[in-house]
Design a protein around this ligand. Structure first.
Ligand SMILES: Cc1cc2nc3c(=O)[nH]c(=O)nc-3n(C[C@H](O)[C@H](O)[C@H](O)COP(=O)(O)O)c2cc1C
Length: 370
């Protein structure tokens, strides 16, 4: 099939994109002391030069002491850190690209570093790292307010530096997602509650704080997932009605784009719904909110990314299923992770039909920035 449908331009508020392909956010841990290096600049520049429509950065920490659990992940606050990000966005723009930083707070996900610990206690809604597992103390009201403020300020900084949009990391069992998840948010106050819309207040307040900083015409993306790294089978929304009750308040609070994280984009979200059986998460999010959505998960590769961590090699896979969905406007954009980590030229190869040149994904690619 022709990949033409991926190469239609797209306008989202003030952001003009030349095609529908986003680079998925991917933590690389090549920013010692939290400051992106010139190798990081070159890494993103290369993707912009080679046709990626929208680059979404690796997760980057907001200004809370334990927003990050890895000393080599870049921060999005502080003079040196922001100067490094300015070099990134200037390089991406000079190469004709567009970029959004992914603003991140890891919450109650402990560091894997054997010697380093974050310079403050871990934040979490209820002092739980997974259902039933105690981990630190619940955030106080003041800490919740400070975290909301930190996301807002980081978004303001992104706009001031010249980034084209911002993305909030609300997925995969990190802080924002920990508030959504009843398994680890058992608060009895304003930030908790028995229903998903109640537990979404933290995300909604962050979106409002972000919107207040960036103004009405600046695109704000929020990344969400049903699955958690703590439990792949969790679902926050079990039906379209529950999904609508989750997403509509986020749209009202300022989300312009829903980035719907799945491990395999072709998996239907609600298999039991007749007639719409095939729609994936991004498909349902678009249908229920009317907002543009981004799909992701094993695009162009045979295996999914969690197995890839364990060493599974993925081979190039057909894009036909993706292209058919895109042609039906099931979603507006597609994010590509490992295929673009492995191969900066992936977009051009797809555009030009050079399928024989597409590469397998090997986790050895994680060890270098190229
Ligand atoms: C090395 C690596 C790092 C990742 N880091 C992040 C991250 O910082 N933020 C995020 O939202 N997702 C992260 N992800 C998930 C990807 O954005 C993407 O959703 C996932 O890899 C599935 O896409 P793929 O099958 O095209 O690789 C990461 C994935 C990989 C492989």
């Amino acid at each position: 099939m022709s990949a033409e449908t991926l190469f239609r331009p797209l306008q989202i508020k003030s952001m003009s994109l030349k095609n529908r392909i986003a680079m998925a956010p991917m933590t690389r841990s090549f920013s010692p002391g939290g400051v992106a290096t010139s190798e990081v600049v070159d890494y993103y520049r290369r993707r912009a030069e080679n046709g990626v429509g929208l680059i979404i950065s690796e997760g980057t920490g907001v200004a809370r002491p334990a927003s990050l659990n890895d000393p080599n992940v870049p921060r999005f606050h502080g003079e040196q850190e922001l100067a490094a990000w300015k070099a990134v966005i200037d390089a991406v723009h000079a190469a004709g690209g567009a970029m959004a930083p992914q603003l991140w707070h890891v919450g109650a996900v402990r560091t894997r570093d054997p010697v380093w610990t974050p310079p403050g206690p871990y934040d979490s809604p209820s002092g739980l790292s997974r259902p039933g597992k105690e981990f630190g103390a619940p955030m106080t009201d003041a800490e919740v307010a400070d975290a909301i403020d930190a996301f807002g300020k980081a978004a303001g900084a992104a706009k001031a530096l010249g980034f084209d949009a911002v993305e909030l990391h609300g997925a995969h069992g990190y802080l924002i997602d920990q508030f959504f998840w009843e398994g680890v948010n058992v608060r009895g106050d304003h930030w908790g509650g028995a229903t998903l819309p109640e537990r979404s207040r933290f995300a909604a307040e962050i979106l409002k704080a972000v919107r207040a900083q960036v103004g009405p015409d600046y695109p704000v993306i929020i990344r969400l997932s049903q699955w958690k790294q703590q439990d792949y089978d969790v679902k926050l929304a079990h039906s379209p009605a529950e999904m609508e009750a989750w997403l509509a308040p986020l749209a009202d609070a300022g989300a312009d784009v829903f980035h719907c994280s799945q491990r395999r984009f072709w998996e239907p979200e609600f298999a039991e719904i007749d007639g719409e059986a095939g729609l994936n998460f991004a498909g349902w999010a678009r249908k229920l909110t009317g907002k543009p959505t981004i799909t992701v998960g094993s695009v162009g590769l045979t295996g999914e990314f969690i197995a890839a961590w364990g060493g599974e090699q993925s081979q190039p896979a057909s894009l036909d299923n993706l292209l058919e969905r895109m042609e039906r406007d099931e979603f507006d954009m597609v994010a590509v992770g490992r295929a673009l980590l492995q191969d900066p030229e992936w977009v051009l190869k797809v555009r030009d039909g050079r399928s024989e040149d597409l590469m397998a994904y090997d986790r050895k690619a994680l060890g270098v920035l190229f």
